[in-house]
Each structure stands twice: as structure tokens, then as C-alpha cells.
Design a protein around this ligand. Structure first.
Ligand SMILES: [Mg+2]
Length: 331
């Protein structure tokens, strides 16, 4: 039950407001959305500080160093961790939480400041309303966010990490790398340009897919393993849930995939007024979908791997399963 806050007549008091002893660790990517996160911080901090005692850590360009610093801070004891940034920031924070060796995992909260914000959208967070987002971040309504794990040999080196958003092999991972060449275009426009380039040269992959022990060989153009239902910032993947303990595997085998996602991305750049829902329906029609707890992919030839939107290098085999889950604040 929420009480009326006497300081703000008509406004409801947030549940954490009665408990200033709550320790909140904020991990912020200051550069997200062109340093908008850092500019907004002076207005954001007092609202958080009313509800909890706040420790702020800013991410650094060196991911490994960021994870190590967050991990160390977590061992000092925090009730809740708030990640402010895009899906990449969430990836770092979740890896720190799962790598800190804690007996009890802290609660998790998100204020999105990225481009796609797949995880935030999958949590149903209100877009672009900082006041509402802050209220959710210090609120008491909790949902569940599954956390997946991946093991792979990448560029000859064994890697293991946790992830919350998506893992991709093929087209989308290659687009991610190519997008680096179009940084100046920014956001979805850079994505569209990269898609256009890759669409012309992309080739399919021969692979063996195992989902919970059921194995078959196939040829695909693009493979995605999803943990949350929202993909590339707006595509709602059918049958996917953030809290069912299952991974979703999508195989795309048509060459037209690229051109359809391209029209979708261009619409997002607001250049052309194309029928988005129509494009989305066509994309999701041309796919095969599987769900399971353990997903193994063996490739005939090494291909680029993306994990939570970051290109990691080449691999010939990945193993994904569930690492656990986080209790996350939801509206
Ligand atoms: Mg799921």
C-alpha cells in the first residue's frame, strides 16, 4: 500500500521512500545517448537518494576493468543494482553480479539510455519518461529476468560469460561489425547502411543445432538465440518470454531476411513510411523457432559471434544454457 507523500500533495510516496537504509549501487555508462545519461544525472540523483543510499560507479572504455570494479563494489553489500545505459551496459553489470560470488544476488533495476534497449522494453519500462523510470527503479514491484550463459572458443580462446539479451551467428553478427564503418550515420541509419552492405555479400552457414539434446543439421542465413522477447529495439519475437527459464532459437533461411530487416530499420530512421507491421510479419514468417534450456550450435566453418550486441570474434561452436535469474523492478 502506498501512502500520500506529505511533501508533494496528490503524489504517491514510493515504497522505498520509507526505507532510506536501502543500499543502491548505480552503474552508469556516462557516454550513453551522447552523454545524455551524465547530463541527466544531477536531476536523477536526488530522486534516487530520497529512496536509498546511493553509490555511483561509471563504466570505463575497458569492459574487463568495469566488470572487476563493479564486482568488487558488490562485495561491500548492496540491496539493489541500477544499470543506467544501453543493453551493453546491462551485459557488463549482469556479468559483474554473477561473477561476484555473492550468497544472495542483489535486486536489479534498469534506466535505459541506449539505442535498442531490448531488455528495458522487454521489462515493459516506460520509454523516455525519466520520472516514471526512476519511480520504477526504486519501486517495490519485482519481476523475473532470466540470465543465460554462453561458453565458446572465440578466436582460439575459451570464453564463458552470462548474457541477458541475445546471441547471434551469421547475418546479424556480421552487420554489427560492419556497422562500425558507419558510426557517423548513428543509430538506426548506421544499422541500415551496414545491413545494405552485408545483404549483398552475406552467405549462409551449414550448422548442427542441438536443443535439449535433439540434434539436426541445417543451412541457415542467420541464427539468433534470445533471452528476452524484444529484438533490434522493436521486433516482438513470437513465443518468447523473459521469465520462462527457456532460450528461444530462431533460424532464418531466406536471403530476403536482409532486405526485410533493412526496410524495417529504414522505417526506424524515419526516411520512408513503410508498413512496419507488414515487414515484421514477413520476417517472423520466414523462420523456424525452437525453445529449450540447453542450446548447442556447431558450425562447419568459423563465423562471427555477437553476444548482447557486442561482436566477440570468430567461433565454430557455442553452448548456451541458463545461469539463473535476477529479481528485477517492473512497472
Ligand atoms: Mg525465455
Amino acid at each position: 500500500l502506498r501512502r500520500e507523500d506529505p511533501r508533494f500533495p496528490g503524489r504517491r510516496k514510493g515504497p522505498l521512500a520509507e526505507n532510506a537504509g536501502v543500499r543502491l549501487l548505480v552503474v552508469m555508462n556516462p557516454s550513453s545517448h551522447d552523454f545524455e545519461a551524465r547530463r541527466r544525472w544531477p536531476r536523477l540523483e536526488p530522486r534516487l537518494a530520497r529512496a536509498a543510499s546511493v553509490t555511483l560507479l561509471e563504466t570505463e572504455p575497458d569492459d574487463a576493468r568495469t566488470i572487476a570494479r563493479v564486482r568488487e563494489e558488490l562485495t561491500r553489500g548492496h540491496d539493489r543494482v541500477l544499470a543506467i545505459g544501453g543493453d551493453g551496459t546491462l551485459h557488463l553489470v549482469v556479468n559483474a553480479i554473477f561473477g561476484a560470488g555473492l550468497a544472495t544476488l542483489p535486486e536489479f533495476a534498469v534506466i535505459p539510455f541506449g539505442t535498442a534497449n531490448n531488455v528495458a522494453k522487454s521489462l515493459g519500462l516506460p520509454p523516455r519518461d525519466l520520472r516514471k523510470l526512476t519511480a520504477v527503479a526504486v519501486g517495490s514491484r519485482l519481476g523475473r529476468l532470466d540470465v543465460a550463459r554462453i561458453k565458446a572458443v572465440i578466436d582460439g580462446k575459451p570464453e564463458e560469460r552470462v548474457w541477458v539479451n541475445c546471441v547471434g551467428l551469421g547475418m546479424d553478427a556480421d552487420v554489427l561489425v560492419t556497422r562500425g564503418n558507419y558510426r557517423d550515420l548513428g543509430g538506426y541509419l548506421g544499422y541500415a547502411a551496414a545491413l545494405a552492405e552485408r545483404s549483398m555479400i552475406q552467405r549462409s552457414m551449414d550448422l548442427e543445432l542441438s536443443v535439449d539434446g535433439k540434434t539436426f543439421a541445417t543451412r541457415v542465413y542467420n541464427l539468433i538465440v534470445n533471452n528476452v522477447p524484444i529484438y533490434v529495439g522493436a521486433m516482438q519475437m513470437p513465443g518468447s518470454h523473459r521469465d520462462d527459464g527457456l532460450l528461444d532459437v530462431y533460424l532464418f533461411d531466406r536471403l530476403e531476411y536482409g532486405s526485410k530487416v533493412l526496410s524495417f530499420a529504414i522505417k526506424h530512421a524515419d526516411i520512408l513510411k513503410l508498413g512496419v507491421s507488414e515487414a515484421l510479419d514477413q520476417i517472423t514468417e520466414n523462420q523456424r523457432t525452437f525453445q529449450g534450456k540447453v542450446v548447442r550450435v556447431r558450425l562447419a566453418e568459423p563465423r562471427r559471434l555477437q553476444v548482447d550486441g557486442e561482436a566477440l570474434g570468430e567461433t565454430s561452436e557455442i553452448l548456451c544454457d541458463m545461469a539463473g535469474h535476477l529479481r528485477v523492478t517492473v512497472p
